[in-house]
Each structure stands twice: as C-alpha cells, then as structure tokens.
Design a protein around this ligand. Structure first.
Ligand code: GLA
Length: 733
C-alpha cells in the first residue's frame, strides 16, 4: 500500500520507494501538512509543530480558549485567504455579498487503485493496476463550496502528483480570484529555490537563490509558460549539491500563465505555492459548477540534483509523453528555416531534400512561409492555404516527391495566430484577442486568435485538418510566436473576462488532443519562438519541443544544461546550424555543433547545398554516430559532469545506459589557455568494479569516477570530444 490512513491519528501517509508525504486532519477539521522528505513510516509527525500563543496571529472561533491553535502558523495543506492565515495562500473567493473568505475543512476522503484523470488537462498517467489515488474532500461549511484535493502516488518512481477541483455545491455564485493547485509547507528547513529564467533565444538559465522572509515569486502573465520563467522549480537545502542532499522538484503540467511563490514566514517556516497565475485569472462558478486545477508532479530526492533529474527524466518519458513516438526512434531531420528563411521555392526544398537523403538524414521539415501570403513575417498567418505558386505545385505533390526520395516530410504551423494582413482577419477581426476601443499590442507584427472561442478554434482546426487529410505528413512543428496581452474575448460576458487565459489553454489542449488522436502517426514538436512553452503540459501532446531559437552551440551549453534538470534529453529539439552562427555570429567547429546537438532530438538547420564534399562527409558521419547512440541518449541516464556557470574551461556531460554497459562522454572546451593546466573530468554512474574501455584503453569504473579522465589540451577554440564508454568485464578479476 502506497497510501496509508491511520483512523486513530487521522494521518495520511503517502509513501513511495524513497519518499513520504504526510498530512493530518487536526482539531476542527483543519488539514495539516506534516511531512515531505525521505521515506518514513506512518507515525504521526505533527508533534514537530510548535504550538504557541503568538501575538497578532489569531485563532479560529472554534478553538475557543486555545490561543495556540493559529492558522497563521500551522503548516497547512491547502491554505485559504481571509480566515486568519496571513501568508501566501492557494485560494481567494469573492461571494455574492462581496465578502472574500473561504474556510476549507476536512469532509471525507476516498482511496482508489490506479490514477485519477483530469478531463481536458494534461496529467501523468500510468497503467491500470499501477499506483494509487487519494482524494480528500474539504468543505466550506458556510457556503457549501467544496474542493477535492487529488493525490496520485506511483511508488516505484517516487512520483506524487497533486491536482484539485473546486466545486460550487452551494446555492450562490462565487468568483475565484485565485485558485492554485498546491501548497508545500516546511516547518524547519531554510531552503534555496532553483529556478530557470531566460529570454527569447536564451531560455532556462539556472539560478539558485536562498529564500528570504517575505514573498518571492516567479511566473508568467504572458499566456504561455514563457521563455522568461519555467514552471519547473526545485527547492533544496543549503548543503544540497549536484550529487548529494535533499531536494524537491515541482513540475507544473500547464502551458499557460503560472505562479510559483515562496514565503518565509515570521517564525522562519517556508511555504511554497504553485498554480494558474492569479493576475490573469478569475473564474465564475455558478451553482453546481466545477473547475479543475492543473496537476503538478512532485518528486523528492535525497541524492542531490542528479537523483532528482533521473527521476523526472523517467517520469516524463514514461508517464507524460504519449503516443506512437514515445519510444519509437525519431527521425533525424533537416529544417529549412535557417537554411532559407522565407526565401525558398519548391525546387530549393527538393534540392535540400536530395542532399539530405544522400547524407542519411531521414526527414525534411518545411518551416514557415509555405501558406497564404507569407514571404515575410508581416502577413499571412491564419490563411492555412498552400501557396502553390511558391511551391511550384501542390503540397501533396511536394510531399509525394520527398517521400519518393525515401524521406519523411514535416510541416510548420502557427495555428493560434493571425496577421492583420490575412483573409482570416479581414473576415473576422473580432476573432483576435483585443479590447474594444483600444489599439492592440502587436508583436512580431501579429495578433493572437481568441482560442477560447469554439468557433475560432474549430475554424482553424478545419483548415489544419484539411491539409493533414490531404497531404502525407509524419511531423508537425506547432509554433506560437508571441506573448498574449490586451486580454478580452468578444464572446465572454463582462464577469467572465478573467476566464479568457485559462479557457484559451483548455481549447489549445482540446485541439492538440484531437490532433494527436486523429493523426497518431504524426510526431508533434512543440515550439514557441524556440522554448517559450517548454513545459510538462506540452510534453503530454508533443514528445519533443524546439528548445531555443538560439542554435549557437556555446550558448546552448547553458540552455541545455538548465533544461536538463527537469526534462529528458529526448524532449529537447536540437539542431546543427551554420557557422558563423546566425544568432551570435560565433564560429564553432562542426564537431562541437554536432556534439551539442546530439544531446537532444537531433537534426540540421542549414543549407546543405552550400556545403563542401568534406563537410558533407562529416555530416554523414555525425548522423550515423547519432543513430548508433540513439538508445543511450533517449533512454539512458543523463549526468551533468560540470556546470557551464562554474567551470569556465569545460562543459561536460555523460549518458549511461540503464544496464551501465554503455556510455558516452561529451565535453566542449569553453576556455583556452597557453601552457594549460591539467584538466580532468570525473565520470559518473558506472559500475565501480567493472572494466570499461574508453578511447582504446581499459579502466576500472572506479578509476573513471574517482580519478576521472584527463582531457587533451585544446588546440582550437571550442573544441569538443565524444568518447564512447564500453563495458569490457563486469568485475575487476
Ligand atoms: C519561430 C521558431 C523558428 C521558426 C520561426 C518561423 O521563431 O522558433 O524555429 O520556425 O518561428 O517563423
């Protein structure tokens, strides 16, 4: 049993192989959070809570003379606003009389085998018969409003998922001003928060900051999870490192605006809450109406960030990513974007395809510019009709020719957008998100379609599906190239305008669900100006996401380092592009670009027709090599060996197969020295007492892990190496 309930102590203990999570129904039905950490039995840990009469921290009425029972100081499972807990909270409700308190107390609970599901929202899934579900129902006695707290526990994988559902079982309307998915209260530990910030073309930079008194938050109000912050956060102890110590991951399976907020309170306790961003959210619930709050996947590791990363990689690979491409080998692709931008025709695409086939590349992806009037980014979005003049024939014919060459064919779409210069916009100007009477904010010269409206998303869906029905395709790149603002939907009444952001995301998910169900053989790659919507919610529909519009191999070291903490390598779209690089102007060797792009779902994004015979030979070799390592990269364990922030001379990483028989060491030199000091890197994850071969020499695993390998001195800038590691003997004898 992974979920234990002790009738006597009223303690719930959720156990996984290496962790435990505990709650207790305390006096007056208040649901306390009493523990999350290394595995422990079901003994009641509430004795650790200090009860004291604290000035200016009041007490619920029912506590009568007990001035030590204060919601302001207790660790709570789902804190509510307006009832004497002054810390950051999960829920704020406005009632018809204008008051804004809600007071959730324990009502009942249920235990189930298997995993709950969340209709219309991405959520982790597992086989029937695996794992368990706990649902705790809390109730606000005054109004009858209820919340169901969902917990999914997958013992073997150390996964605990949380989601919630607000149900208006009362008689009157309520407005939710804030409805977050989870809270984690820690009574004792001073924690650091690790989060991943960034910008367009530089996403998911690693930042670790000590939490301080008061509130500190990261999040997005952009309508997407965003380039600027990522909905994956780690809380860890001060002493936690890459390899040792306690850490807690919180991965929010949601692709819209979000909030992650921490607060160290007056008595040095830490609270962390996460959910849909309240700044762009209100939701009206009439009598009997309900709202599901998105899921977060929690994982605890006492083996530092590496332990956490391995668990998230397995969890996302196995329990988030779905469909035919989950474990099927993804094709090595050539994308024409950085090769041609908008300047191509059918002949050019076929010329690229011809070279691609020659070099062992498996798929041609036709990026932006094949539809409507779209020769630059000023027009055409929304008109998903093939530009046959540009393609010199129909898309069907082009696809046929590409397939005849023995290549797969993929296509770019940006379905959520509209250009003002498009037939769609001219016919339906009110389909764009904008506020009547105000000029809309343009970004990349485009507006966002109001996907919350059924007729809008249906019309776009019809256009997209018509192409998919007609043309043989194995892949779609689903892009989204701006942030959302000027929030207003022509289809919503005034009191529901605050619902637009979340309704948009719900219909996006609905579209993606229909798309993946109807065309299961199509591999979907998510994209939002690179990695502006790189989150576990998107990965439920798209097994890979274009990681960044920055294809500079050296900047990618940081981007891919940050991304690797919470997302498996196979989800990271990564391409070899031209040198000098188009975003930074930096020159890097082919080997380096290849090495970095191989830490991902691999492809090329340059004009193959412009390469010399020698360069083509190099590519042929890279494709072969990548294919030979595919299983290792996509299904193996990933180790960060150095940090691109701390180790200035080299960034190194390593893949190890689950059976530890095979590995791949990769390194890129990032600093040159005259008369260089020795540079060794220690490997990880091998069997200490086994013999491995690296670069023609044999070493014990322990030698490689404790001593390391000595890297050759670099003779050119940004030199890279890739060393396969092969098990020769299981024992030293
Ligand atoms: C976005 C994507 C790019 C490319 C362009 C096309 O920026 O991230 O890869 O598809 O759009 O306009």
């Amino acid at each position: 049993m992974a979920i234990l309930y002790n009738e006597k102590t009223k303690v719930f203990t959720l156990q996984t192989k290496n962790s435990a999570y505990q709650m207790k129904v305390a006096e007056h039905g208040v649901l306390l959070h009493t523990y999350y950490g290394q595995k422990i039995g079901d003994g009641d840990l509430s004795y650790l809570i200090m009860r004291a009469d604290r000035g200016f921290s009041g007490n619920p009425y029912e506590a009568e003379k007990d001035r030590t029972f204060s919601l302001d100081c207790l660790p709570l499972e789902y804190p509510c606003f307006g009832i004497g807990d002054y810390r950051t909270d999960c829920i704020q409700v406005i009632h018809e009389d204008g008051s804004n308190s809600i007071d959730f107390r324990y009502k009942s609970h249920e235990l189930h085998k298997g995993k709950y599901s969340l209709k219309g929202l991405p959520s982790m899934y597992w086989e029937e018969g695996e794992g368990e579900t706990l649902i705790i129902r809390l109730e606000d006695k005054t109004t009858g409003v209820e919340i169901k707290l969902y917990y999914g526990v997958l013992y073997e994988k150390d996964i605990i998922t949380r989601a919630a559902e607000v149900i208006n079982s009362g008689r009157k309307n309520i407005i939710l001003n804030r409805a977050l998915s989870l809270c984690l209260d820690f009574t004792n530990d001073r924690l650091d928060m690790v989060h991943f910030y960034g910008k367009h073309a530089m996403e998911r930079e690693f930042e670790r900051t000590p939490l301080h008194h008061g509130r500190q938050s990261i999040g997005s109000v952009r309508g997407t999870s965003s380039h600027q912050h990522n909905p994956f956060v780690i809380l860890c102890k001060k002493e936690t490192t890459e390899d040792y110590g306690d850490c807690y991951g919180i991965s929010f399976l949601y692709s819209g605006s979000f909030l992650a907020e921490a607060e160290v309170d007056q008595i040095d306790q830490t609270r962390f809450v996460m959910g849909i961003q309240p700044d762009t959210f209100t939701w009206k619930l009439g009598e009997g109406e309900r709202l599901l709050l998105p899921e977060a996947a929690l994982i605890y590791s006492h083996e530092g960030f590496t332990g956490l990363t391995h668990r998230y990689h397995d969890a996302i690979r196995e329990h988030v990513v779905r469909g035919e491409w989950k474990h099927k080998k993804r094709p090595v692709l050539i994308n024409n974007w950085e090769a041609t931008y908008f300047d191509f025709d059918g002949d050019k695409l076929l010329a690229i395809a011809t070279d691609a086939k020659e070099l062992g590349i498996e798929m041609l992806v036709l990026d932006d510019g094949w539809f409507g009037k779209r020769d630059n980014d000023l027009s055409g979005l929304g008109d998903w009709y093939v530009n046959e003049k540009k393609l010199k024939g129909s898309l069907k014919e082009l696809s046929q020719k590409v397939h005849d060459m023995g290549l797969k064919f993929g296509l770019w779409f940006e379905p959520e957008m509209v250009s003002e210069d498009s037939s769609l916009y001219r016919a339906h100007p009110d389909w764009a998100i904008k506020i009547p009477g105000r000029n809309p904010n343009r970004s990349r010269s485009q507006l966002v379609l109001d996907f919350s409206r059924d007729e809008v998303y249906q019309a776009v869906k019809d256009m997209v599906f018509q192409i998919l029905d007609e043309v043989e395709l194995e892949y779609i790149k689903w892009d989204m190239n701006r942030s959302i603002t000027n929030l207003y939907s022509a289809a919503l009444p005034a009191e529901r305008q605050g619902e637009l952001s979340h309704r948009y995301v719900l219909n996006l998910y609905r579209f993606l669900e229909e798309l993946t169900a109807r065309y299961p053989h199509i591999l979907l790659e998510g994209c939002s100006g690179g990695g502006g919507r790189f989150d576990a919610g998107m990965l439920y529909y798209a097994p890979q996401i274009w990681c960044s519009d920055d294809t500079d191999a050296i900047e990618r070291l940081k981007i891919q380092y940050g991304t690797s903490f919470g997302y498996p390598i196979g989800t990271v779209g990564s391409h070899v592009s031209a040198s000098p690089n188009h975003q930074t102007g930096r020159r890097t060797p082919w080997e380096t670009r290849g090495t970095v792009a191989m830490a991902g779902s691999f492809g090329y994004e340059l004009d193959l027709n412009k390469l010399t015979a020698e360069e083509k030979e190099l590519i042929r070799g890279q494709v072969k090599e990548y294919n030979s390592y595919y299983g290792l990269i996509h299904e193996g364990d990933y180790y960060r060996l150095t940090s691109p922030y701390e180790d200035t001379r080299v960034t190194a990483w390593q893949f190890v197969s689950k059976d530890k028989k095979e590995g791949l060491f990769c390194a890129v030199a990032t600093g040159l020295q005259a008369n260089p000091s020795p540079l060794t890197v220690k490997l990880k994850g091998l069997i200490p007492e086994a013999i491995y071969e690296v670069e023609g020499k044999e070493y014990a695993g322990e030698m490689l892990m404790l001593g390391g390998i000595l890297l050759p001195a670099s003779s050119e800038e940004y030199q890279a190496c890739r060393y396969p590691i092969r098990l020769k003997k299981e024992t030293l004898q």
